[in-house]
Design a protein around this ligand. Structure first.
Ligand code: IMP
Ligand code: MG
Length: 194
């Protein structure tokens, strides 16, 4: 009999074990879809006369939300993305915001809607809005899927908010925990087991 290979193929066991958790559903896919429809109707009313609306998704957490939202907007729409770092893979805000990927298009004189997944401390949006405002858009509004008002540290509010939620760490519908769970169709809160 050949000897067992002394070098195991899978070395991941040597890495620190990922914390065990379960996800408790907080907002169903159906409730999200209904809310997206309502938000889209209000946004459409606000920008009814626009020549073109530049919808700016903040990567990566807003990718599912922006995909659903733009398909409910019967307006001439351009989609662009911006990536700002705040959280990394941790669960607390770094308060320091860096632009990792800038817009491809110009927004001077244009109507702009920023689409964000969650407003937490508010540092990310404050930084992004100051940057975009400095480029002289005609109108600049924010649509955030989730808001945790009890966590706010800077004075910023989205023009439209999907749901206000308590101070819980959530995942799903594009939102991650350490890059996992973005593909969940609903939004759930993370509950650690040990
Ligand atoms: P802020 O700068 O503290 O407002 O952070 C906002 C960003 O933090 C969001 O765009 C999310 O990417 C991330 N974030 C805040 N809360 C959560 C959460 O509960 N789950 C996952 N990411 C979150
Ligand atoms: Mg984000």
């Amino acid at each position: 009999m050949p000897q067992a290979d002394p070098m195991p193929q899978d070395r991941t066991a040597a890495a620190a074990p990922a914390p065990r958790y379960v996800i408790d559903e907080m907002i169903s896919a159906k409730a999200i879809a209904a809310r997206v429809e309502t938000l889209a109707r209000e946004i459409t009313g606000h920008f009814r006369d626009t020549e073109k609306l530049v919808v700016v998704g903040l990567l990566r957490g807003s990718f599912v939300f922006i995909a659903d939202l733009v398909r409910e907007l019967p307006l001439p729409v351009e989609v662009d993305f911006l990536e700002a770092s705040s959280y990394g893979d941790a669960m607390t805000s770094s308060r320091e915001v860096r632009i990792l990927k800038d817009l491809r298009g110009e927004i001077a004189g244009r109507d702009v809607l920023v689409v964000e997944d969650i407003v937490d401390t508010g540092f990310t949006l404050q930084h992004v809005m100051a940057l975009l405002r400095s480029r002289g858009p005609r109108r600049l509004e924010i649509c955030a899927l989730l808001d945790k008002p009890s966590r706010r540290e800077v004075d910023i509010r989205a023009t439209w908010t999907g749901f206000e939620i308590p101070d819980e760490f959530v995942v799903g519908y594009g939102i991650d925990y350490a890059q996992r769970d973005r593909n969940l169709p609903h939004i759930g809160k993370v509950r650690f087991l040990d």
